[in-house]
Design a protein around this ligand. Sequence first.
Ligand code: PLP
Length: 464
Amino acid sequence: MKYISTRGQSPALTFEEAMLSGLARDGGLYVPEEWPTLSESKIASFAGKSYEEVAFEVMKPFVGDAFTDIEFMEIIQKAYAGFAHTAKCPLVQLDENHFLLELFHGPTLAFKDVAMQLIGQMFQVALKRRGDRVTIVGATSGDTGSAAIEAFKGLDAVDVFIMFPDGRVSEVQRRQMSTPSEANIHALAVAGDFDDCQARLKDMFNDFDFRDGVKLAGVNSINWARVMAQVVYYFTSAVSLGAPHRKVSFTVPTGNFGDIFAGYVAKRMGLPIDRLVIATNQNDILHRTMQSGDHTKMGVTPSISPSMDIEVSSNFERLVFDLYDREGDAVVQLMDALKNDGTFTLSQGATQKLHDEFDSGSCSESETSAQIKRSYADIGEVLCPHSAIAVKVANSIVRDETVPMITLATAHPAKFPAAVEAACGVHPEMPARMGDLFNKAERITKVGNDLADITAIIRERIAS
Ligand SMILES: *Cc1c(COP(=O)(O)O)cnc(C)c1O
């Protein structure tokens, strides 16, 4: 399988090259040249298989011969060994036909672990074989950074720099990034919001002197391998509810559009998904785009669901590429307009295609808190704010009642204890395996929202 850029100006790469580089040199994102499909009998055969076995089958067409089968199975086993649930991503029932897919049983209590743990193992094997070393730089609204640090800490072939918006992540998120003592880990608190961090990251990838000088690699959800890893749980959860013989729908708490895009990929691969529902918080650019095709930035307002406080939804570009029949030039035009004018409008044809696959809803702060309270009062389920948004949206939209709804629970409530306690009166306890997070010393470097300052720190640290 070859990977092509959504902007059509970069050469096609192998899986390993696309994984190790992250962003394409033309500013685009890598996508597979074509969507592989799995037959109905293949999907049916997933019933009763372990998460790891299904993961192998779903991802194999994407990785091709980057790893031997034995290597790839070992990578998958190691990646999920640290998950605290045998099913890895279990389903729980919310009501007659509504299920919650718990994606937070990994080491940092958010769904980012599902992809990041796998990427860590894949980087390790690929870099060792190449005798190479890379600098990983990531931008995070909180969960990606901690997941990346957990996945890459102590690995000898990588240095990891994580930029997070100073003062805008939860204390648990910050401590998960600042307390690991491994020398290859660097937490950078940037004076700005998440979109600033993500913009500086893109600047670094577009600064070829820096990019090549430090061998820059990205593990944000712009990295194709992240999206690929997330496709797996759409299959495991759908099959456990009767797919491929029965349709299912999904509702996904959405920020950077990586998670729900993985659902779109699962559908392209042949999984019978009826509707994909985009759930946003008050930063609702994607919900507004669904309504009118108008994709206009209006500024990010901090919320109690900080991992969704985003308005430059990077992975949306991957969908736009398909909505425009994979015309790189059309994507370039729209993305230039977004960068220069803060807005673009989808064509009627593209908007129609969007509506063929997706529904959407947004959730205010008070509605989020009310849903946390209601889920606890009605069924004793303590939801994190992100998951609560998705449950609320899933319950608000018009649904085909014959189709089961699977709502993705993206974080453990203990990762956002203040918001959860304020909403339902319950202080969510950290799982015991999180240990002494609150007793460890923190290590943070504060830096301005300035490309030159940030790159200077990175060059200096990796030289020493
Ligand atoms: C990252 C994250 C999201 C948003 O996922 P995207 O792939 O960026 O759309 C939602 N909830 C939580 C808890 C997250 O960490």
